[in-house]
Design a protein around this ligand. Structure first.
Ligand code: HEM
Length: 452
């Protein structure tokens, strides 16, 4: 369906289908629509222009490509036509310099080889052992024994995953520094979507740069001790990681990777847990079904084998990630002219792809707007309808390195939530979503919670 064309080739007019350009475009309106209802916006534009169209912003514009074949073309990147570095640097270059996601080719492969060491199976098991008592302690404070009350669960989950990140990622207790650190993370992530890209005091990019400086200072303080000791956290793993080729990280690489990793892990996992709690509140029959399964496992401190037995919880997690993938779209820049569905994508243009949209395509999913975890079960396996039908973790060389850790953490937390609490929402409540940069509720998701 696609082919690479030499950079210098200019297509003779008429050979390729003309790419329609979005009309009556306003940057501010577009940014608000993306935030509020990205799926609605993309679906409307698809109806008007088809699966390929140009958004007239950032010089040559952004060419949007829809569908699983587009995801495969861009993420697999077999011909090296798409640059992740040039796609992501615009958004995260200033606040996350040295982020592995914004690297290409040999540099990316080199960094990923070393980083992979910290995600080996034996390390994941140790992280799980570290996490389970901390989860128990963290959520016990949400509601006193036998109490009933309303709780905004998004900030609670964010605090919990940040506390877990402190122990599992950094190997420290944050104590009083937690609030400042949390603020620094929030600011750095928010800066990725700043409309004004320069750090002007008081504006989002300025807060992001200030947040990053605080994080760098915190990691610098700790690095000598971490180099000198061995503990079972990511920070220590990065300090000692050595690839099969004997490659190791420098201090600066460790700091850059740690800051990016904590952001990549913390916000995405919080988003997934929040969405799951919301969907299970809307579908109490599923909440009960999963609680039964959690009870059948019979303990809150799980090992990998227990997690593998939570089959239906796994479907529910996959369904939540289908309906609300934390990263709804991914940017790339086309660096060598290439063809897709008869359209020419010229070198130098940014490209937008949307797992969120593919996750709702009726050609791939039955009744896609319905919460239906069984679609992942045996006999249906709708996610297998195309290699890129379900891609909340991306694909190709940049596929999420933390996907197994994320699944482990989400299931470990959900298991304990199901065993401790029952939660519900009024029947007319619909969670107001903010769709970029990472999916989250605008109202913190107030739930009525009771101890079980
Ligand atoms: C449910 C939770 C998560 C989701 C949905 C998610 C999603 C993604 C996606 C879509 C990408 C690819 C971006 C692209 O190709 O442009 C990615 C990359 C990445 N993720 Fe995750 N992620 C999650 C959790 C985590 C966790 C827990 C960690 C770390 C412990 C992590 C670390 C990373 C890193 C380092 C990359 C960049 C990999 C590379 O460029 O080679 N993520 N993630």
């Amino acid at each position: 369906m696609s082919s690479i064309l030499a950079d210098a080739v200019v297509a003779p007019s008429g050979t390729y289908r003309p790419i329609p350009t979005q009309e009556n475009f306003s940057l501010v309106r577009h940014a608000f629509a993306m935030r509020k209802d990205l799926l609605g916006m993309v679906t409307t534009l698809e109806k008007r222009y088809g699966p390929v169209w140009r958004t007239p912003m950032r010089g040559a514009g952004i060419i949007n490509l829809l569908g699983p074949d587009a995801l495969e073309l861009v993420l697999k990147n077999r011909d090296g036509a798409f640059s992740s570095a040039q796609g992501w640097k615009f958004f995260i270059g200033r606040v996350f310099p040295g982020a592995i996601m914004a690297m290409d080719g040999d540099e990316h492969r080199y960094q990923r080889r070393i980083m992979q060491v910290a995600f080996r199976k034996s390390a994941l098991k140790t992280y799980l052992d570290l996490m389970t008592p901390a989860i128990d302690q963290g959520i016990a404070q949400w509601l006193p024994q036998r109490a009933v009350g309303e709780r905004k669960v998004f900030p609670l989950l964010k605090q919990l995953t940040l506390d877990l990140a402190a122990s599992v990622f950094m190997g420290v207790e944050l104590g009083r520094k937690a609030t400042k650190l949390n603020r620094a993370f929030v600011d750095t992530v928010a800066a990725s979507m700043a409309i004004v890209r320069r750090p002007i005091p008081g504006l989002s990019m300025w807060r992001g740069v200030r947040g990053r400086n605080l994080l760098v200072a915190r990691f610098k303080e700790l690095i000598a001790t971490k180099r000198a000791t061995h503990t079972s956290d990511f920070f220590s793993e990065f300090c000692h990681a050595e690839s099969e080729q004997g490659e190791k990280f420098t201090d600066q690489e460790i700091i850059d990777h740690m800051i990016f990793l904590m952001m990549a892990a913390h916000d995405t996992t919080t988003s997934t847990l929040t969405t799951m709690m919301y969907l299970l509140a809307r579908h109490p029959e599923w909440q009960e079904r999963l609680r039964e399964q959690a009870r059948a496992v019979g303990k809150k401190e799980l090992d990998q084998d227990d997690l593998d037995r939570l089959v239906e919880l796994n479907w529910a997690m996959r369904e939540a990630l289908r309906m609300y993938p934390p990263l709804t779209s991914m940017p790339r820049t086309c660096v060598r002219a290439t063809e897709f569905m008869g359209y020419l994508i010229p070198a130098g243009t940014m490209v937008g792809i949307f797992p969120l949209h593919t996750h709702y395509m009726p050609s791939l999913w039955s009744d896609p707007y319905r919460f239906d975890p069984e679609r992942f079960g045996p006999g249906r396996q709708e996610d297998k309808s195309h290699a890129f039908a379900w891609s909340p973790f991306g694909g190709g060389a940049h596929i999420c390195i933390g996907q197994h850790f994320a699944a482990l953490q989400v299931k470990a937390i959900m298991q304990q939530l199901l065993l401790k609490f029952r939660w519900s929402i009024p029947s007319d409540y619909a969670m107001p979503f903010q769709m970029v940069p990472i999916v989250r509720p605008k109202d913190g998701l107030p739930l009525r919670m009771e101890r079980v």
